[in-house]
Design a protein around this ligand. Structure first.
Ligand code: ADE
Length: 256
């Protein structure tokens, strides 16, 4: 999978993406990140990419010509061209479902804005999709582009060493992840729940499902509306929402 990033700061890439799991995917050529300098499509001698907004107001706006030139150049260079995505707080929210959709693409062009944004004609004519990484405003689209690349690239088959870790991620089944524990079984006086050390896979699965439901009910009740729960689970979630469920193992069916 290939990402082409249009930015006035191409030297920021791959940056943190060169480390860890995505770094290994880059080394193995499973994922490629090409950064393109927007200024190369501006005019000498000043290589200016922005101007004052028509109608007045604070800040500067990216002019259409360099952006159009950069997008055209990426389309001419990349053998396969997928969607052109503009990173903006006005876009649709980047969710796991959006990342999964984008992971099917062979190539994605990411346009990073700065200042007050980009000329609206480019958004109307050349941008396929606008994506926000959350309801807050950053000074530019470069960090959001990295977040998007990381989120999507880790879904590329084989990019993750262990494919199961993506399959069981938070949000994959619409739930937050259940708590995780590792050795030692006892640290200070804090003991790992017995069920996880029982070796009984059915009990472990049931416990994890319950704890994922609990975590979601307590922290992200907004996610519950999209879930298909059986009647036991609905009752359990209702109790969690009323604050009546403690974190005890006896919440797990079949655990006495
Ligand atoms: N550019 C500035 N803020 C942003 C955000 N929250 N998401 C995507 N792009 C942005």
């Amino acid at each position: 999978m290939r990402f082409d990033v249009i930015t006035i700061f191409p030297e920021l890439f791959p940056g943190p993406l060169a480390q860890g799991v995505i770094g290994r995917a880059l080394q193995r050529d499973l994922v490629r990140v090409h950064a393109h300098d927007l200024r190369e499509h501006a005019e000498p001698p000043h290589w200016k990419v922005d101007d004052e907004p028509f109608g007045g107001g604070a800040g500067m706006v990216y002019t259409p010509k360099p952006l159009a030139g950069a997008i055209d150049a990426v389309k001419a260079e990349a053998a396969l061209t997928g969607p052109v995505v503009f990173l903006t707080p006005q876009g649709e929210r980047l969710t796991h479902a959006v990342a999964q959709e984008l992971a099917y693409e062979e190539q994605i062009t990411l346009v990073c804005g700065r200042y007050e944004g980009i000329d609206h004609r480019i958004r109307e004519q050349m941008i396929d999709r606008e994506i926000s990484i959350g309801d807050y405003v950053l000074t530019g689209g470069e960090l959001p582009a990295m977040v998007l690349i990381e989120t999507v690239a880790r879904l590329v088959p084989e990019a993750l060493g262990d494919p199961d870790s993506a399959r069981f991620d938070s949000f994959v089944d619409g739930l937050l992840d259940h708590p995780q524990y590792t050795r030692p079984a006892e640290f200070r006086d804090w003991v790992v729940p017995e069920v996880l050390r029982s070796g009984d896979h059915a009990r472990v699965r049931a416990w994890r499902r319950r704890e994922a439901l609990r975590m979601t009910a307590q922290r992200r009740p907004d996610l519950l509306a999209c879930l298909d729960l059986d009647s036991d689970e609905k009752a359990f979630v209702a109790d969690c929402l009323r604050g009546q469920k403690s974190d005890r193992e006896d919440d797990v069916p079949g655990v006495d």
